[in-house]
Ligand binder design. Structure first.
Ligand code: ZN
Length: 456
């Protein structure tokens, strides 16, 4: 195991931390306490903190001054859940329209340097959010918390395959790093890391992984699926691998089972967004997701805007508890989640049983209803040598089926695949098959979605 770095020469144990490391360790220690607080304590502290954000937003952001005055600003340092629910939701569209008026004109100096965060989003609706050094500190503290929860041995090698700017960590070599990144390295002497661009094909990725033999692999679920299919075919192994860490897309039960069967290790997922940082971490005991209640307040709302009960699926609305640069109050993420029940692990942080995905991943039917595509696409390979697929709904009646296959498919195979697809989508869509040579295109941010509804 890696040890905590000491800032005092002559003392290696117990370590005496200073500066950034001391702040991170202090937050981590508090998280260890607060994640087991009674739920009502947690909520009370969240609301107390959020009321400071609301007060700051009303005073220093022109957008919020108008909006909160109109809503009868609860303000005054006390905020109840009922009052919070009276405030309007903040959509991506609102952020775009508000432009610079959303930003605070008086960010407290103690929050540190301000950084711009521009998120593209797969639907091409970019938003601009500013975050401070303090948001970065909380982001790093939650990164360390994720490692702690899953008891990762940070003395091992961490390998990551991610979407990167052209020319960075290009295949076949990628690049090597001395440590696990800023958060871990501030606190511990860690093992090395290796980074490879996602533009490497899966065979190159598999060779690269075998050469590095990392303790942990971090990548996107869709890339992992392609990698697992390759490894299953080639029979290669990645010696010494302890777990696969996933980010950026939703993880389904089929992928979890495939990872265990093929690589012999589990997936440990996180749910985050560029605008908000960590929103939830997968629980090491139940596999459900615990909300990072010390940095965000999460609401799950039904179609009428009322809170969902345990077991119900609704839209995620998230308030940032510490963004004093671009206050995000009741921000609609356009992701859906199922509310969980109290977790067996003893942590009292709110639980999401499942992150269901994005609104654009729902099928739209001619009668105006929407639903999630049923699982069933994994049966494709029982019918034909399909390596990769993506379905794009262009109209209420037509769906494009994009495929990468080992060989040309027969009409009979197309018809069989069509039956599985119509079954999963719950409607007799007109299907248009389009074949790709090597790999299906991804969004600019590296994300890949199996089903995209592009009906305007
Ligand atoms: Zn748990």
């Amino acid at each position: 195991m890696s040890t905590i770095k000491s800032a005092v020469s002559g003392v290696v144990w117990p370590a005496l931390a200073e500066g950034r490391a001391a702040q991170l360790l202090a937050l981590l220690w508090q998280f260890g306490q607060t994640e087991r607080w009674p739920a009502e304590w947690l909520l009370r502290h969240q609301l107390q903190q959020l009321s400071l954000v609301i007060e700051h937003a009303r005073r220093t952001s022109p957008f919020y001054r108008t909006r909160l005055d109109a809503a009868g600003d609860p303000g005054g340092g006390s905020l109840t859940m009922a009052q919070l629910r009276e405030l309007p939701l903040l959509s991506r569209r609102d952020i775009q329209d508000a432009g610079a008026t959303l930003r605070s004109s008086a960010i407290p100096a103690q929050f540190g340097a301000v950084h711009e965060n521009r998120t593209s989003g797969a639907t091409g609706q970019p938003v601009q959010v500013w975050r401070t050094e303090l948001d970065a500190l909380l982001w790093q503290a939650n990164t360390l918390r994720d490692h702690e929860w899953h008891r990762r041995d940070q003395s091992l090698k961490l390998a990551a395959i991610r979407a990167l700017a052209p020319g960075v960590a290009d295949p076949p070599q990628g690049i090597s790093g001395a440590g696990w990144g800023a958060a871990s390295e501030a606190v511990r002497a860690t093992g090395p890391s290796a980074l490879l661009s996602l533009n490497a094909d899966v065979a190159t990725q598999a060779t690269w992984l075998r050469n590095h033999a990392p303790g942990y692999l971090l990548t996107y679920p869709s890339n992992l699926a392609a990698l697992l299919a390759h490894v299953a075919r080639s029979g290669e192994r990645i010696p010494g691998l302890r777990a696969v860490l996933t980010v950026g897309e939703t993880v389904g039960p089929v992928l979890r089972a495939a990872c265990r069967a093929t690589l012999g290790v589990a997936i440990e997922d996180v749910y985050s967004s560029q605008e908000l940082g960590y929103i939830a971490l997968q629980c090491p005991v139940s596999g459900e997701y615990h909300v990072m209640a010390e940095s965000v307040l999460v609401e799950v709302l039904d179609a009428a805007g009322n809170p969902c009960a345990a077991g119900e699926t609704g839209r995620l609305v998230v308030s940032s508890l510490h963004n004093f640069a671009t206050p995000l109050i009741r921000y609609e993420l356009r992701d859906f989640a199922t509310v969980g029940t109290p977790c067996a692990c003893g942590r009292t942080l709110p639980t999401l049983a499942r992150i269901a995905g994005r609104e654009r991943n729902m099928v739209r039917l001619p009668d105006g209803t929407t639903h999630w595509p049923l699982v069933g696409f994994h049966r494709f390979r029982e019918i034909a040598p399909v390596r990769q697929y993506q379905l794009i709904q262009h109209t209420l009646h037509a769906v494009e089926v994009r495929l990468v296959c080992d060989r040309a498919l027969s009409n009979a195979e197309e018809a069989q695949l069509g039956a599985v697809i119509r079954d999963a989508l719950g409607y007799p869509f007109e299907l248009r098959f389009v074949y790709f040579e090597r790999e299906l295109p991804r969004a600019r941010n590296g994300k890949f979605e199996e089903f995209v509804c592009a009906v305007g």
